[in-house]
Design a protein around this ligand. Structure first.
Ligand code: NOJ
Length: 803
C-alpha cells in the first residue's frame, strides 16, 4: 500500500494519505537549533542538545503528540480544523491534504470547507529560531472570517528528563508572560535574568518565546491546561473551539504558547502570517518578529536560501539510471539521510530522545563516509575532530563527549572516563574505521597533504594524520589475542557480541587487514620504504593467520571467544553463518576469488530474504554462548538475526567489487526505502529514509523496519552504491570507473564534481553485462583501461565508458 510518492523535481516526498503507519518525519535546522516534524506536525525542537536544550515537549512512544499545531476556525459556523490532518483529524472525505517533506523544510497543504491552507515549517539558514509560515486562501464564493491559532507546548525545563519525570520540581520553575505579539516563557525567571540561557549563581535562566508576525494578536494563552480545557484534547482545545484563548498565563502550571489572530478574506483572497519560536530574550524576540512584518516575502526569501544550500550540496553528484528508486535515493534521499546522520549522529529522533551525551567513535567515523563524495571539506573537518579523539596509544575513545577537549581528555584507562561515559574499555574496531574514511577523503580530493597535517591526540601529544593511522595499527598490534589476531576487547562493530577481552573477532581481523593495505598504499606513495616493509610483513602475517584460523571451508567464521570456542562455524547449532565476515573478506581484499564466490553464494542462499540479508542465522535462542548478548532480543530482531541494514551497504559493495551487478543491485532494492514505497504498510518507516534494521523471517513482523533516520546504514549503502554499483572509485592519482549494474541497464549517466572539475559520464552497456570494460573515451581520447589519470582531466570532461 502507498501513502505518498516522490516528487523528484521538487526534491520532496509527498504524503497523500495522512494516516501513515508511523509518524513520517523530517529534520529542520542545524546543531545550533534543531527540529523534528512529522507529517501530522508532531515533534519537538531543541537548542544545541536534544536532551539538554529541549524547547518543545514531545511524548515518546505515544500518539505523535504534541506538535506544532496550527488551528483554523470559521467564525461564522464555529467549525474548526488544523492545518495538518491531526490533531483535529477531520473526516478525510471532506478534508483534503498533503504533506511535502523537502530539504530542510516541511510544507502542509490542506483544503476544507472552501478554505485552503499552506503551512511551511523551517529553520532559516544559520539561524536559531523556527518559522511556521501559514497562508490561508478563501476558495469559497463568500467572504469568510477565520481565527488562526498557533500552539507550541513548551517543556518546563530544558532537560528532557527533568521535564518529563521530576515534576515536583519542574512544574514550579516556569511561568509565561505576554507582550504585544508574543508569549514569553521563563524558566527560573525569579532569578532576574537579562538574557536567555544566562547563568545566575550557577543556575540557568532560560527564556523562550512564541510570537506572531503579519497580524495582530486577538487573544493568547500561556497555560496548557487553560488552552486545552479540562478533559479536552489537542483535537478540541477549548480556546480554539470558543475562538478566544482567554488571555491566561501560567505560573506553576505547564506552560505553552498559544496565539490567535482574526483574518477576513474575500473570495479568492490570501493572507500570510508567521509564527516564530525560539529561545531568546524578550527584546531580541521582539526585534526578530519585526523582521517578519512582511511575512510572505521574508519567508519566500528564506526558503529559497535553504533550498539553494541543500541543492548545492546534493548537486555534486547527479545520476540518471533506468531505476527511479535508485535515482531518488542517490540524488536526494539517501544523500539527505547521510547529511542528517552526519549532523545529528544518534542524538535526536522519535527513537533517540537526545540522552546520548557524545559521538560514538565508530558511528561518527563511518557517518563521514556518506558525504565525502558530496562535501569533502565538511567531511575533512569532522575527520580532524575524530582524529583528535584518538588516544595516543592509537585506540579511539568509545564515546567522544560533546565537550571534547583535544589533548586534555581522560581515556578508558582512567576511572573518571569510565564513570562519566559508562564505557568500560576500548573497543577493538573504533580506530580501524579511520582507514577507509581517511582513504576516501584523500582519494576524493587528491589532498595528499592532509596526511601531513598535525592533529592532537585526545589525551596528550600530537602527530600527523599519517602518524595517527600508524598508531591505530600499533594499537591493534599491541592488543593481540592468543591466536595472534586482534583481540576482541570490549566489543567489535557488533554491540551484542562480547567475545571477551582476549577473544578474537574475524570482522576486526579483516578490518585490520584492510587498514594495513591502506596504510601501505599511503606509505608507498610517500616513499616511506621502512614502513612499506613493516606493513608488507604485517599484511602477510595477518593474511596467513586469518586464512588459517577463520576460513571454515565454505565460510569465514565470526571469531573465537576468550576460551577459544569458535563462533559461527558450520556445525554450530545456532548462528553458524554470519554476514559481515563474508562481505568484509571481500572488501578487505583478503578472500581469494574462490572463497569470495563460495562465501557470497552462501550468503545469498542462506541469509538473503526479500527485505535484505539477515545478520546471522539461525537466531540465538538455546545455544547462545555467554557473550552472545543478541539473545536478549526476540528472534529476527536487531543483532539477533534481524536484517541489520547497515550491513546491507557492505554487502552491496562486496558484490559490486566482485563485479556481480545483479546481486549488488538486488541487495540495494530489497532494503531501499524508496523501492518499498508501495509496501509501506509492511515496512512502516518513512519510505525516504533508512532504519537501523528490518525484522527478519524469525520475527512475527517480517519486513517491518525500525529505528528511523539515524543509522550508519545511510553511509554504508551510499558507499555501496557510489563506489560499488556506480563504480566511482577514485584513488590518489585518478579515478577508476568500474560500475556493477543489472544486465538490463542499457545505459546511464552521472554528473560528478571531482577535484574542482566537472565530469559528464555516460556508461553504455550494449551487450547486457553486469560489469567489466570494453572501452573508455575521455574528451575524445581512447584509454587502455577503465582508469582515468587525473592529469587527463580538464575543467569540463566528456567521458564514455562501454561495459
Ligand atoms: C548500533 C550502534 O550505534 C553501532 O555502533 C553498532 O555498530 C551497531 N548498533 C551494531 O551493533
Amino acid at each position: 500500500m502507498k501513502y505518498g510518492y516522490f516528487d523528484d523535481l521538487q526534491r520532496e516526498y509527498v504524503v497523500q494519505r495522512p494516516d501513515t503507519p508511523a509518524p513520517w518525519v523530517n529534520y529542520l535546522g542545524s546543531p545550533e537549533y534543531g527540529a523534528i516534524v512529522s507529517n501530522n506536525a508532531g515533534g519537538y525542537s531543541f537548542a544545541k542538545s536534544g536532551a539538554n536544550g529541549r524547547i518543545l515537549r514531545y511524548v515518546f512512544n505515544q500518539f505523535d503528540q504534541p506538535g506544532r499545531y496550527l488551528y483554523l476556525r470559521d467564525n461564522a459556523s464555529g467549525d474548526f480544523w488544523s492545518a495538518s490532518w491531526q490533531p483535529v483529524g477531520k473526516d478525510l472525505e471532506k478534508y483534503h491534504c498533503e504533506c511535502r517533506h523537502g530539504m530542510g523544510y516541511t510544507r502542509m497543504l490542506a483544503e476544507y470547507s472552501g478554505i485552503q491552507s499552506e503551512a511551511v515549517y523551517y529553520v532559516p539558514k544559520d539561524s536559531a529560531h523556527e518559522v511556521w509560515e501559514l497562508t490561508v486562501t478563501n476558495r469559497s464564493t463568500e467572504r469568510r472570517e477565520l481565527t488562526l491559532t498557533g500552539y507550541a507546548e513548551f517543556t518546563n525545563h530544558s532537560n528532557y528528563e527533568q521535564d518529563q519525570v521530576n515534576l515536583q520540581y519542574s512544574l514550579f520553575i516556569s511561568r509565561t508572560l505576554f507582550d504585544t505579539n508574543r508569549i514569553m516563557q521563563q524558566i527560573h525567571g525569579n532569578l532576574d535574568a537579562q538574557a536567555a540561557d544566562e547563568m545566575v549563581d550557577g543556575k540557568t535562566v532560560t527564556e523562550r518565546f512564541f510570537g506572531l508576525a503579519g497580524a495582530q494578536v486577538a487573544s493568547y494563552c500561556g497555560d496548557k491546561d487553560a488552552f486545552l480545557g479540562r478533559y479536552h484534547t489537542y483535537g478540541n482545545p477549548k480556546g480554539v473551539a470558543a475562538g478566544d484563548l482567554g488571555n491566561v498565563l501560567s505560573y506553576n502550571e505547564n506552560s505553552c504558547g498559544a496565539l490567535s489572530c482574526v483574518v477576513e478574506l474575500e473570495p479568492g483572497e490570501s493572507r500570510t502570517v508567521a509564527f516564530l519560536l525560539g529561545m531568546k530574550p524578550s527584546a531580541k524576540a521582539a526585534e526578530l518578529l519585526q523582521g517578519y512584518r512582511n511575512a510572505a516575502d521574508r519567508c519566500e526569501k528564506e526558503l529559497k536560501e535553504l533550498k539553494e544550500e541543500w541543492y548545492g550540496r546534493l548537486d555534486h553528484l547527479r545520476v540518471d539510471t533506468p531505476d527511479p528508486a535508485f535515482n531518488t535515493m542517490i540524488n536526494t534521499w539517501n544523500a539527505y539521510n547521510c547529511f542528517i546522520t552526519f549532523v545529528w549522529s544518534r542524538a535526536a529522533s522519535f527513537i533517540y530522545c537526545g540522552l546520548r551525551n557524545g559521538y560514538g567513535y565508530r558511528d561518527t567515523v563511518q557517518d563521514i563516509q556518506g558525504i565525502i563524495h558530496l562535501e569533502p571539506e565538511m567531511a575533512r573537518e569532522k575527520i580532524r575532530f575524530m582524529l583528535s579523539a584518538q588516544v595516543d596509544n592509537g585506540g579511539g575513545l568509545p564515546l567522544v563527549k560533546f565537550t571534547h577537549n583535544p589533548g586534555h581528555e581522560d581515556t578508558p584507562d582512567d576511572a573518571s572516563y569510565v564513570a562519566e561515559t559508562g564505557h568500560p574499555a576500548y573497543r577493538a574496531d573504533d580506530a580501524l574505521w579511520l582507514f577507509p574514511t581517511v582513504y576516501k577523503y584523500v582519494a576524493e580530493t587528491g589532498d595528499k597533504e592532509f596526511l601531513d597535517q598535525v592533529i592532537p591526540f585526545a589525551n596528550r601529544d600530537e602527530g600527523t594524520v599519517y602518524e595517527h593511522l600508524k598508531r591505530a595499527v600499533q594499537f591493534s598490534l599491541a592488543h593481540l589475542g592468543p591466536h595472534g589476531l586482534p583481540a576482541g576487547l570490549y566489543a567489535d562493530w557488533n554491540d551484542c557480541l562480547r567475545l571477551g577481552a582476549n577473544g578474537e573477532s574475524t570482522f576486526v581481523a579483516l578490518q585490520f587487514y584492510y587498514a594495513l593495505r591502506i596504510l601501505k598504499y599511503f606509505a608507498e606513495d610517500r616513499g616511506q620504504q621502512e614502513d612499506c616493509r613493516w606493513l608488507e610483513n604485517e599484511l602477510e602475517e595477518a593474511g596467513k593467520k586469518i586464512q588459517a584460523l577463520c576460513w571454515d571451508g565454505d565460510r569465514f567464521i565470526r571469531g573465537f571467544t576468550e576460551e577459544g570456542e569458535r563462533i559461527g562455524a558450520a556445525q554450530d547449532p545456532e548462528a553458524n553463518l554470519w554476514l559481515n565476515p563474508q562481505s568484509w573478506a571481500v572488501i578487505s581484499g583478503l578472500a581469494s576469488e574462490e572463497q569470495a564466490d563460495e562465501a557470497m553464494r552462501k550468503v545469498f542462499d542462506r541469509l538473503n530474504t526479500p527485505y535484505g540479508a539477515v545478520l546471522m542465522d539461525p537466531p540465538y535462542h538455546a545455544h547462545a554462548f555467554d557473550g552472545a548478548l543478541a539473545v536478549i532480543y526476540n528472534p529476527g530482531t536487531k543483532e539477533n538475526a534481524g536484517i541489520f541494514s547497515q550491513s546491507q551497504g557492505w554487502l552491496i559493495l562486496a558484490e559490486a567489487l566482485l563485479g556481480h551487478g545483479e546481486r549488488a543491485f538486488r541487495y540495494f532494492t530489497e532494503n531501499a526505502p524508496a523501492a518499498q514505497n508501495d509496501r509501506a504498510e509492511i515496512r512502516r518507516l518513512e519510505p525516504y529514509c533508512y532504519g537501523q534494521f528490518t525484522e527478519g523471517p524469525a520475527s512475527k513482523h517480517f519486513g517491518r523496519s525500525q529505528v528511523h533516520w539515524l543509522t550508519g546504514t545511510a553511509s554504508t549503502v551510499m558507499v555501496g552504491c557510489v563506489e560499488g554499483i556506480l563504480g566511482l572509485r577514485p584513488d590518489l592519482n585518478g579515478l577508476r570507473l568500474a560500475p556493477a549494474v543489472p544486465k538490463q541497464w542499457k545505459s546511464f549517466t552521472m554528473e560528478k564534481d571531482f577535484r574542482g572539475r566537472k565530469l559528464h559520464i555516460r556508461v553504455e552497456n550494449p551487450n547486457g553485462k553486469e560489469s567489466g570494460f570494453t572501452s573508455l573515451n575521455v574528451n575524445g581520447q581512447e584509454l587502455a583501461s577503465n582508469y582515468i589519470p587525473e592529469k587527463l582531466l580538464t575543467a569540463e570532461n566528456e567521458i564514455l565508458l562501454v561495459l
